[in-house]
Each structure stands twice: as structure tokens, then as C-alpha cells.
Design a protein around this ligand. Structure first.
Ligand SMILES: Nc1nc2c(c(=O)[nH]1)N(C=O)[C@@H](CNc1ccc(C(=O)N[C@@H](CCC(=O)O)C(=O)O)cc1)CN2
Ligand SMILES: Nc1ncnc2c1ncn2[C@@H]1O[C@H](COP(=O)(O)OP(=O)(O)OP(=O)(O)O)[C@@H](O)[C@H]1O
Length: 252
């Protein structure tokens, strides 16, 4: 399936991908861009299974980095259109997303739509003092931003005057999680820090409030099979620029 370009007339206009992050300092690139014989495309076939998670991460990150600006823009618009149809997002009051880095699919065209619906938007912030955990901090257009140690833009926890507004992860309605890789069964590969896994570990419990966890990625980040790790949080859905996957083991 190819990525559609034109917006249907009855859809609200989407924010241009990257527009949100352009207001904030752009991090210096940390990664080299190796020359590959061919351009990445959203239609690349799923990679064969591999047990080497580090190598797989490298390969998949390189795949998404090779998408050119136009492919990124189309993928981002297609992602937003699909997300806007999903019931958990349509009824959400509190949604966490992320600012894209290093070729990640860009979820920020959703921000205007969410704000128009009165939904609050949260961004992940590296939690100070506690290893590899995240806080989710309320983001507004006037939120002061800084670069974290990975050179990813995040809300500054030292906001002057105004109290920083973070929300406990269990109180979020939806978390959009950036994926490095995924498979048809809903298994995921992240950046390797275990940040989302640790922060959202409570979601595996049977009882209590929990957000709907939606992994998002480019179609070209799909892998035939990923091994499930005992600490991996289960995703309720995975949405790429080309499809919505609902893993069989997802909560109803
Ligand atoms: N846009 C965005 N923001 C995000 C995340 C993300 O994946 N994407 N995170 C999601 O957790 C958190 C940051 N996590 C990160 C974890 C590791 C590395 C990193 O640079 N890792 C090393 C080694 C990776 C490996 O083992 O292969 C590296 O890339 O050199 C960067 C960010 C919070 N914010
Ligand atoms: N709930 C947890 N408690 C303690 N350690 C954890 C937990 N979840 C993950 N880890 C540790 O984090 C490390 C990275 O895990 P993994 O390779 O699955 O990361 P990832 O899923 O790619 O990253 P992320 O969760 O940040 O997207 C592993 O060494 C794992 O043991």
C-alpha cells in the first residue's frame, strides 16, 4: 500500500511534521550517515528474524534514517490520519507522545488536533536521579525546552515561576511509544535503555488504571519475529504509516 498524499476534505488540517520541534533547539546529530547502495523506502520488506538485538537496532535505525524528507512527511501524515480514527485517542484527555529524533516517525502533526479537542499533551523527560525511568511532563507551546544527555529535546524541569506539571504514568490515557522495531505479534524493540519498559511496568498488572500503549514506527521497521523479553511491556496496538496492528495478547 502506498502512502496517500492528499488530505481528505473532511479531515482537520494536520500540523506540518517537525513544526513543533523546530521551535526548540535542534540537537547536533550524534550519528554518522553511512552511504548505502539504495535509498530506504516505506515499502521495504520486513527484516528476517535475528537474536542480536544490538545489531538489529543498528540496522533498523539506519533504515529509518535513510528515509528522505518527503517520505518522512508522508509517513507522518499517514500515521496521524490513522491515529485520529482510534477510539482510545478520540476519547483521551491526557496523551503522551515524543519529539522525533534520528529518523523516528513524527507524531507531532497530532498536537493541534489534540489541543483543539481539549486533550493535554505530555512529553517524556529523563527522570533525574533514578536510572532509566521517565517522567511525563505537560507540554504547551510556551514550555521551555532543553536538550537531555541523549541530545533529545525535552521540557526543562527548571521552569521559572510556573510549577512543572507532570502526570503519573498510570493517569495518562494514551502513550505513543517510539519503536525501533516491531513484529506482527506486537513485540517491540526500543532504544535499548529500558526507559519505557521500566516506567510502564505497572501496566502489566491485571488491575488498576493504565494507559493504552500504542507503539508507532515506520513500516520499514517491521521485523519477521522479535523475541519477547520477560520485562517487555505489552503493546495494545502498533500503528505504522501503513497499518494498524492489534496484537492478540493486547488488553480488550
Ligand atoms: N524521541 C524520543 N525520545 C525519547 C526516547 C526515544 O526513544 N525517542 N526514549 C526512549 O527510551 C527516551 C530516551 N532514551 C534513549 C535511550 C538510549 C539512547 C541511546 O543513545 N542509546 C545508545 C545505545 C543503544 C544501543 O544499545 O544500541 C546509542 O544509541 O548510542 C537514546 C535515548 C526518552 N525520550
Ligand atoms: N521493568 C524493568 N525493571 C528492571 N530492568 C528493566 C526493566 N525493563 C527493562 N529493563 C532492563 O533494561 C534493559 C534494556 O531493555 P530492552 O533491551 O528491552 O530495552 P528496549 O525495550 O529496547 O528500550 P525502551 O524500553 O527504552 O524502549 C535490559 O537490560 C533490561 O534488563
Amino acid at each position: 500500500m502506498s502512502v496517500r498524499c492528499a488530505l481528505p476534505a473532511d479531515q482537520p488540517r494536520l500540523r506540518r511534521p517537525g513544526a513543533l520541534s523546530q521551535r526548540t533547539p535542534r540537537p547536533r546529530r550524534r550519528f554518522s550517515h553511512p552511504r548505502l547502495p539504495r535509498q530506504a523506502s516505506s515499502d521495504m520488506a520486513p527484516l528476517p528474524a535475528s537474536d542480536d538485538r544490538r545489531q538489529l537496532r543498528r540496522t533498523l535505525r539506519r533504515r529509518r534514517r535513510l528515509l528522505d524528507e518527503r517520505a518522512q512527511r508522508l509517513a507522518s501524515m499517514s500515521l496521524a490520519r490513522q491515529l485520529m480514527q482510534l477510539a482510545p485517542l478520540r476519547r483521551a484527555r491526557h496523551v503522551a507522545l515524543y519529539l522525533p529524533e534520528n529518523g523516528e516517525i513524527d507524531p507531532t502533526p497530532l498536537v493541534d488536533w489534540l489541543h483543539q479537542r481539549g486533550t493535554r499533551v505530555y512529553l517524556p523527560v529523563l527522570r533525574p536521579l533514578v536510572e532509566n525511568r521517565l517522567w511525563f511532563v505537560h507540554w504547551r507551546p510556551d514550555t521551555r525546552m532543553v536538550l537531555n544527555r541523549f541530545r533529545i529535546t525535552e521540557p526543562d524541569l527548571r521552569q521559572s515561576g510556573e510549577r512543572i506539571r507532570r502526570l503519573a504514568p498510570w493517569a495518562l490515557d494514551v502513550v505513543l511509544m517510539p519503536l525501533v522495531g516491531f513484529d506482527e505479534q506486537g513485540h517491540r524493540l526500543g532504544m535499548g535503555g529500558g526507559f519505557y519498559d521500566r516506567t510502564l511496568a505497572f501496566a502489566s498488572r491485571e488491575h488498576g488504571p493504565r494507559p493504552t500503549l500504542i507503539g508507532v514506527a515506520h513500516h520499514c521497521q517491521q521485523v519477521e519475529r522479535l523475541p519477547h523479553q520477560p520485562w517487555d511491556v505489552n503493546l495494545d496496538m502498533i500503528v505504522s504509516d501503513q497499518k494498524v496492528l492489534r496484537p492478540a495478547n493486547a488488553s480488550p
